[in-house]
Structure formats: C-alpha cells, structure tokens
Design a protein around this ligand. Sequence first.
Ligand SMILES: [Zn+2]
Length: 438
Amino acid sequence: MQHTDIIIKNGYIVTINPEMDILENGALAIEKGKILEIGNTEEIEKNYTSDKVIDASSKIVMPGLINGHSHIAMTYLRGYADDLLLHSWLEDYIWPAEARFVKAQFVYDAAYHACAELIKNGITMINDMYFYSKETAQAATKTGMRAILGEGILDFPMAFHKTPDSMINYAVEGHKEFKDNELIDFSIMPHSIYTCSRKTLITAAETARAHNMLIHTHLSETQKEVDDCLKNHGMRPVNYLNSIGFLGNDVSLAHGVWIDNNEQKLLAEKDVGVNICTECNLKLSSGFAPIKGYKENGVTISLATDGVASNNNLSILDEMDMTSKVHKAINNDPTFLPAEDVVRMVTIEPAKIFNKEDEVGSLEVGKKADIILLERNKLENMPMYNVYSHLVYTMHSESVQDVIINGKVLMQGRKLTGIDEDELFEKAKYYQRELQKD
Ligand SMILES: [Zn+2]
C-alpha cells in the first residue's frame, strides 16, 4: 500500500488520452502535483491510501479547461461599455479607462478576482496578455491558477512603459524571476500588427527565441486589420508575419477571424495554433473564424473567452456551446464540429498549441494534476447518454463542483478553499465606484 496526497474514486473519468478512453467507476491517485496512477476504483484502492479521498460517485472527472486567450486584469471593466463598434469601444472607453486606472494594485486585485472566477468556471490554465503582468503572476500564484503570462507590447507608452523594449524586457525579467514557479510561464506577447511596428515584432520574436519563451499575438480580428495590412505591407497578415520570420511552433494567435485558405495552409505548415474567441467576435461583430478551413488544413485550434470587458464572462463551457452551434449554422451542417471535437478544443488541443501536451490537457500518468469534477446529479443534467454532448450542450459552469490545479484542491463542492469571496465583492464594489466617478 502506497500513501498518496489525494485519491479521487468512483468517478466517470473522461481522460482525453490518445484513445479518448472513458473509465466508468474510475479512480486517480495524485502525488506531488502529478497523476501517479489512473484506473478502476478497485485497483486504485488496492494499491493506494490517502488522507484526502474525494468520492466522485455522481461526477464527471476530466482535465481542467484551458482558456487560450484572456486579459484577466480587465475584470473590473466588465460591462463598462457595450454595444459599440470595436474602435469606439477601445478608443472612447477602454483605453482611456485603462490610462487612468491601470496601476499595479488594480491589476493585482482584478487578476485575483478573475482567478477566483476562473476556478469557478473550471478553468485550470490561462494564456493571458496584459500590463503589470508580474502582478498577475503574483495573483495567480496566490490563488493557485496555472498561467502563461505576457506583457502587452505596443509602440506607444502604456502603464509605466515608455517604449516597446521596456515591455519586452519586463517579460524577460518575469521569465527569470518566476522560472522556479511551477504555475507560471512568462511569454512574449506583442499586442498586434497594427500596434507594433515591423521592428518591434522582429525584436519581440528574436528575444522570445533567445530565451526559449512562447510568443502570442492578436491577429486578423477584423477585416479592417487585413485591409490596412494589405495597404501598408502589400500582404495579408499571416504572409506579413511569415515574411519577417515571426511564425513558428512557439507562436499562437488570438482570434484568426479573417484568415484565407492560403494563410491557413501556411499556419498549418508552420505549426501555429489559433485561439478562437467566438462570443467576443460575435458581440463585437468581428466575423466568424474559418473553423472548417482550419480543420481541413490541419491548423490546431482552441477556444478562449478574451477579456471580460468584451465577453462579459469567463465561461469556457459557454464558448463551447456557442461555437458549436454558430459553426453548424454558418456551414449549414449540423454534423460539423461534433461535441467530442469541441471538448478537445478546450483540453488537449490548447495544450498542444502551447507546447505543453506532455504536462496538461488530458488525464494520463505523469501529467500535472489539473482536474475538474462536474456534478451529474442535477435535474438539468439528467439523464446522460453521451458525456461530450453533455459537456457542450447541457452543462454550465455551475455544474463544476471541484477544481484541482497542480495537485491542490482549490474548490470543493463549489466552495473556494483558499479565497474569501466576500472580500472580493467589497473590492469589486470599490473599483466600480471609482470607475463610475469618471
Ligand atoms: Zn484579446
């Protein structure tokens, strides 16, 4: 008998392993933040004991959801400005508010609130771009959230930065300071091709590669961005990035709405993944990502919420439902994007995009213990014939009961174990009052 940190038993385990195995009455043994063993409950109970045994009798047990693109420190701007054109939303509301309010403490508080909210949504890893990202790293560490973080890189001054080099160097510093932190991975995140010059983009990519850091940027969110790129560089955005040596398997893109067939082929060839933000693109009427083309051309794709200022929530389960239905409708094909594929787009596919498929994205021996449990015993979740259908079309974040990240139980029975929610309400109200003063 071996003693382990946690045992989860009697669960309906959705592994997302290469065989897509499902274990009814399955169990997991967790030790030192990793999955030590996975099998049927009888076997695991024969070989392991633990002081912490979670009975998952009525639960779906699955890998934690991955949010491929976010700006979590924008939490306090939730609902601050809606129903506007993208440029007006940014230029008249969001950027001026950010210029006044975005300080280290604001970012820490908002990111802390967001991490609590992410856990409640069953999200166990984010890929997040913002300013003062070391503050976000502190908040993620404190709450136990796994995060790939980057300082937004722009050609104009932002937060305390005067130059894009300052933004790039800040991320490299973060990479060094947090290198022993198991939850945090700093990366290089130029904001976009319309806010970064060619020189900035090249420096960003070269710096990332010199330090073995991932690269992430917004690309082709709107048709205007493509038109401007054609006017300024004589090429479409993916071809432009390729021409400056930017693309590689260390790169991921957010949005990728206006990407043509040749660009899709190039992304597949360069092994560049795309994180699709369906609800945000719908709300801002940016268009529909060419998911069918991506799949036909072999581009790895994942789902993401983007920031709550534009979403206005952090529910990946909502993104799954919406993406599936919208793309069935626009392709006039109800067989397109089956539920099983959609579940992969929030687990193993983003893990591949971020080159972390050996660590997260599925429940397999040796991987990090990033695990969520969803309740089946609810009127609205009964009965259940197909677990993937349930996850995409039936369940909402309220069904997420327990969340484990890196082997730590962060939520149990929908109660956050290390976070005082009342305190977060008070802080949110405080910032609301401050923002309303303007
Ligand atoms: Zn974004």
